[in-house]
Design a binder for this molecule. Sequence first.
Ligand SMILES: Cc1ncc(COP(=O)(O)O)c(C=O)c1O
Length: 310
Amino acid sequence: LDALEIGLRCLGIGAGDRVLTTPLSAFATTLAVLRVGAVPVFVDIDRFGLLDLTAAEERLRRGGIRCLLPVHLYGHVVDLERLTALGSEFGVAVVEDCAQSIGSRFRGAPSGSAGEIAATSFYPTKNLGALGDAGALLCRNPDFAQHSRRLRNYGEADRYQHVEVGLNSRLDELQAALLRSVMLPRLEAWTTRRKEAAATYLDGIRNPRITVPGSPPGSASVWHLFPVLVEPQRRSHFREHLTQHGVSSAIHYPVAIVDQPALSTRAFEVCGGLNAARWWCRAEVSLPIHPWLESAEIHRVVDACNTWAG
Ligand SMILES: Cc1ncc(COP(=O)(O)O)c(C=O)c1O
């Protein structure tokens, strides 16, 4: 959250500026926009649950947008080539939310490499998680690097010289050491394990009542989550069936950001009915996926899905 906020501030995004983003994400994505005083503009999602870039382009054509804030949700990657092209065609900054996508690639290019700035999270449940809250901002531009270091430390340019109103958002040293020495060396093996579980699900789940969206073309996903879709009226039944077979599940996310009560007191813009996002919130179920799943457990999930009669 702080990395997103700091990133937006480095780009000079502030009061009244319009930031185009997705209604399907952790609330933090939009919260960062609100915290800098900007106005979130929501466009609908595609069939993988990601920001629909065709809808985004239509809105960009109408003008008034300063920043594009896509989320590489579930460990998938939004089309990076198209993001870069949209950024330059419409003269808007691109900030990528990589909280769920560390290690993922789009046709060889890492998520986080399309925009001016990217933000990632090391929250404990993330693919690269610390033992407490942590996160990072990624950028190529040395000016942004310098500015972001200042913003994270009370806006201090020099000892006791506060040139702007910053935050206290330093990465705790113990978490940093742990991430670098213990977690990061294991990330690749953990990601491989996630991909193996996802491949077994993609191959094995064969139930006409369960839609498995898979990952978008070009996206080498790191499977932070594994979403499937069922008829909204049958979702509770499906989840109960999973529980009875010893399989836990979750929902990402049950409410579109635009429908969160916190938005009711804030200015925002909606493009179209956001029907796909709202339907997704009622239909989605996340199956278990993490590096420590045993093969037998992965197959139990497949069997539980395949024996659900709807
Ligand atoms: C897509 C996305 N963006 C932003 C965040 C916020 O990350 P953090 O909790 O580390 O501030 C999260 C994590 O919850 C997330 O999943």
